[in-house]
Design a protein around this ligand. Structure first.
Ligand code: CIZ
Ligand code: SF4
Length: 319
């Protein structure tokens, strides 16, 4: 604990010295979320992280999360330096969708509008017409559907399937999945809910359809945190990365939060739901990166410019 205190003090000094602001994703360790809160940084979802970094005056944005989040910050802030505690933190959705294969896939459907989830590389975002997050995916697709457009959706097949069901849009789906959310188990969830009949079930739409079916609320990280605060229930069963409990506890300290059951494959903490790549971020590698200026994110300027157009389209739509 004394060691942690010393590291916290050193990191606060370093952030000031280097004119840097820390943005941490909801799925990172409590330590990082706490440090971001204490230093005027931000804890949020991937897009809000990039927007916050944009509005903040600091010349360096340090992104605690996975690589596509660092890239998204760079896409929206090409003039700023973007650092990450590690460049090894991947995302199975991003990995499932290499730009060359995806581009060839899109070429097969030239009459379709290309909508991609934020969990993709800068190159894939550049190939797309729209980038969306889970909080706005349904609204954007509904809007396109009403205009008579047919859609290519990538990379998460569960989120795509959910959006398709809600909107009735004509969608061709890329077959990617998140290794964390893919592990939530419908039968076990049903049994757990029977034991806690008063609990509300909160599900992130990267989960399988039979898990989404049992949800009282399906939503993005921010929407699920708000649900804990806003719903009258005293107990919640939560199907998303357990990193989110830090903010849920803060939003509603008196409520009881239960982890939804998983198969646990790929998790960094046994059978719980925790992204192994998010878990690569820590106070120590954050300090190293800040001190030495290592792990800088670079995005080809032309790719960045094209990707910014599709991200900006969503931001303007949301406004
Ligand atoms: O599952 C993820 O990585 C999410 C929810 C990312 C995001 O948009 O914040
Ligand atoms: Fe990717 Fe899933 Fe990890 Fe999010 S939780 S970064 S979607 S692998």
């Amino acid at each position: 604990e004394a060691e942690r205190q010393a590291l916290f003090a050193r990191l606060k000094r370093l952030l000031k010295e280097k004119d840097a602001v820390l943005v941490a994703h909801y799925y990172t360790d409590d330590d990082l979320q706490q440090l971001a809160d204490e230093t005027g940084g931000c804890v949020s979802d991937s897009l809000e992280m990039a927007r916050f970094g944009h509005d903040h005056p600091a010349g360096t944005i340090v992104v605690a999360g996975v690589r596509f989040m660092g890239e998204t910050a760079k896409i929206l802030n090409p003039e700023k330096r973007v650092l990450m505690p590690t460049l090894q933190a991947e995302c199975s959705l991003d990995l499932s969708c290499p730009a060359d294969r995806f581009s060839a896939f899109c070429d097969q459907y030239p009459d379709r509008t290309v909508v991609v989830y934020a969990n993709t590389s800068a190159e894939v975002k550049a190939r797309a017409d729209w980038v969306v997050t889970s909080s706005i995916a349904t609204k954007v697709v509904q809007h396109l559907h009403e205009k008579g457009e047919k859609i290519i959706w990538a990379p998460d097949r569960y989120l795509g399937d959910y959006v398709q069901k809600v909107t009735g849009a004509d969608m061709v789906l890329w077959q990617g999945a998140c290794i964390v959310h893919d592990e939530f188990k419908a039968a076990e969830l049903r049994k757990l809910h029977e034991k806690h009949p008063g609990a509300a079930v909160l599900v992130h739409p990267e989960s399988p359809a039979d898990v989404i079916e049992q949800a009282d609320v399906v939503g993005s990280t921010t929407q699920l945190i708000n649900a804990v605060h806003n719903l009258p229930n005293e107990t919640f069963i939560v199907a998303t990365d357990r990193g989110i409990f830090y903010k849920m506890h803060e939003a509603a300290p008196d409520k009881k939060l239960i982890e939804a059951p998983t198969g646990g494959i790929g998790a960094s903490c046994g059978s719980c739901a925790h992204c192994p790549w998010m878990a690569m971020n820590g106070l120590q590698n954050l300090a190293d990166s800040l001190e030495q200026g290592t792990n800088e994110i670079h995005v080809d300027p032309e790719i960045g410019r094209q990707a910014r157009v599709s991200v900006q389209r969503m931001i303007d739509f949301a406004a």
